[in-house]
Design a protein around this ligand. Structure first.
Ligand SMILES: *Cc1c(COP(=O)(O)O)cnc(C)c1O
Length: 229
């Protein structure tokens, strides 16, 4: 199947589930992204700032770019002028820097808190307790140029369907609790970014509102795998 065929099939599947399709284009050339764009896709995710900025400059300006990978504070300034959403917020310090750069650009930047749900050592993210502590803090209350739109999580890299289901279920339950406790009057807290090529069907069953799909669209990545970055 071509990139266009894949986009059309996945768009239909995600639409049926009321889920937003984020096409993860990391390591893929702009020609591939252009093919997905020509098939109607407008939302793309990247995990590295420099690659993201280069692709932003090379491709049509109505693309919505999402940063899905770990973000260092000193690189926020490069994406602040145009980024649509940052999925990978994992500290108050990073959030403060995003707020500062958003203010400089007269913007409000949509963010997700990345929550650690995997049974693995190497993944970034906040624990449930750390996320609550962040949201309770006075420093957080002062940030006016960021908007927390929801949560993001990466499940364990496993074929164990039961475990994947449990991890997504836990995140969905935590999402509901956070909404009740901190965002009850805020209709904008409505996104749960979970699910990748290998597990998005389970994620959709467990309440995902955004799936991040790369290899299902473009085929396997032969360049370095994101888990080894
Ligand atoms: C690479 C990546 C994806 C997409 O992975 P696929 O398995 O190719 O769908 C999703 N989310 C994050 C955070 C990623 O880094």
């Amino acid at each position: 199947m071509s990139i266009a065929d894949n986009i059309i099939a996945l768009k239909r599947e995600t639409d049926l589930n009321n889920v937003t399709l984020i096409v993860v284009s990391k390591t893929k050339p702009v020609e591939d992204i252009q093919q997905a764009y020509d098939a109607g896709q407008r939302i793309f995710g990247e995990n590295q700032v420099q690659e993201l900025v280069e692709k932003y400059e090379a491709l049509p300006k109505d693309i919505e770019w999402h940063l899905i990978g770990h973000l260092q504070s000193n690189k926020v300034k490069y994406i602040a002028p145009f980024i649509t959403m940052i999925h990978s917020v994992d500290s108050l310090k990073l959030l403060q820097e995003i707020n500062k750069q958003a203010l400089k650009n007269s913007r409000v930047i949509d963010c997700l808190l990345q929550i650690y749900i995997a049974d693995e050592e190497t993944k970034f993210g906040l624990s449930f307790d750390e996320a609550i502590e962040l949201l309770r803090s006075d420093e957080f209350a002062e940030l006016k140029n960021i908007r927390i739109r929801g949560l993001m999580g990466i499940a364990t890299n496993t074929d164990n369907q039961k475990q994947l289901k449990e991890e997504f279920y836990e995140l969905d339950t935590f999402f509901d609790g956070i909404k009740q406790s901190f965002f009850r009057k805020d209709d904008n807290f409505d996104e749960l970014s979970m699910g990748m090529s290998s597990d998005y069907k389970i994620a959709m069953e467990q309440g995902s509102t955004m799936v991040r799909l790369g290899s299902t669209v473009f085929g396997a990545r032969v360049v370095k795998h994101w888990k080894n970055n």
